[in-house]
Ligand binder design. Sequence first.
Ligand SMILES: Nc1nc2c(ncn2[C@@H]2O[C@H](COP(=O)(O)OP(=O)(O)OP(=O)(O)O)[C@@H](O)[C@H]2O)c(=O)[nH]1
Ligand SMILES: [Mg+2]
Length: 356
Amino acid sequence: MRIGLIGLPNSGKTTIFNTLTKLEAPVTAYTNAKAEPNLAVVEVADDRISRLSEMYRPKKTIYATIEFIDFVGVTEGSAKDGLFSGPGMELIKGADALAIVVRNFTNEPEHLPTPIDSMEKIIDELLISDLIIAENRLERIEHAYKRGKKTNALQVEEKVLRRIIDHVCENRAISELKLDREQEKVVRGFQFFTKKPLMVILNSDEYSFGRNNDLLKKIEKKHRVIEFAGKFEMELSGLNDPEEEYLFMIDMGIRESARDLLTRMAHGLVGYISFFTVGSDEVRAWNIHEGNTALEAAGAIHSDLARGFIRAECFTYDDLVAYGSENAVREKGRFRLEGKNYLVRDGNILNIRFNV
Ligand SMILES: Nc1nc2c(ncn2[C@@H]2O[C@H](COP(=O)(O)OP(=O)(O)OP(=O)(O)O)[C@@H](O)[C@H]2O)c(=O)[nH]1
Ligand SMILES: [Mg+2]
């Protein structure tokens, strides 16, 4: 899973990126459009994997991962100016979800933060960028028609693009549009920004952190939101002493690390669930989409497993913990064999039987 951080210049994107990844990307007061994007892959903290690892004592323990991208700030006019088409933005376009970083701190008293306004500015830019993409494509389709290429596929595309354009012109995200399967397929290729699940990170200073309930409620009416004390949490994650970090967190009223909180929210938002594979060689977490079948889960591990799929042996993490061992799970009749259409649930432990 990949999450793109996006926000106005100096909203604290890189600060948040550093907090999430424990890296030390330079935090700057200037935006440079030629800058390289910051990219990092981090492990998803999952207590269940730690527990499974204690039980199976495998040679390798592999957590699911999540990738974060941090790029330059977006401002009013960025979409029109073509800032949305560089290689850094391409990475963000390929993200599974977007996190809009909104400044709720000030380093100069005369520049009070305007979080709602900033958030709306960013969303407007995303809408404009999508609109430009849709209009450009529509123009090309019309050219093709003129050259006598009025294929069925193009007509399907034209229809959906017109709907998208009308919808976006009403300031509404493409994700709100109800599309059928064929249209979904057409739309997926464009990687529209407002088609992606979106969450808001309110980046508050340490003085107001925890006391922004009214503001959070306002944002929550439209978007999923979490509050971080970006700079404070970045400094904490730089301590490299989990115990000290924990004490500071408690002191500040932070109940969960920024990374855990964001990961959990992103999983929910994107509709990801985790299943596990266990054994003496490896204990591992895998991410798939909610509603994926056993066959798709097999394919997530390796295409051979999907190709030669026979059955999935399946039990749950909760049963394993409740009964204490795989054998006990069997004795209780909670060990199942499932076919390829079985809908995998979060916390399933699977062993795919296959034959190629
Ligand atoms: N007081 C305070 N300052 C912060 C916070 N987060 C970031 N800053 C400061 O704001 C400035 C910009 O932070 P960055 O993280 O570089 O912001 P950015 O959004 O990545 O900026 P660009 O990449 O230039 O668009 C730096 O001086 C940070 O120290 C915060 O939570 N509180
Ligand atoms: Mg930055």
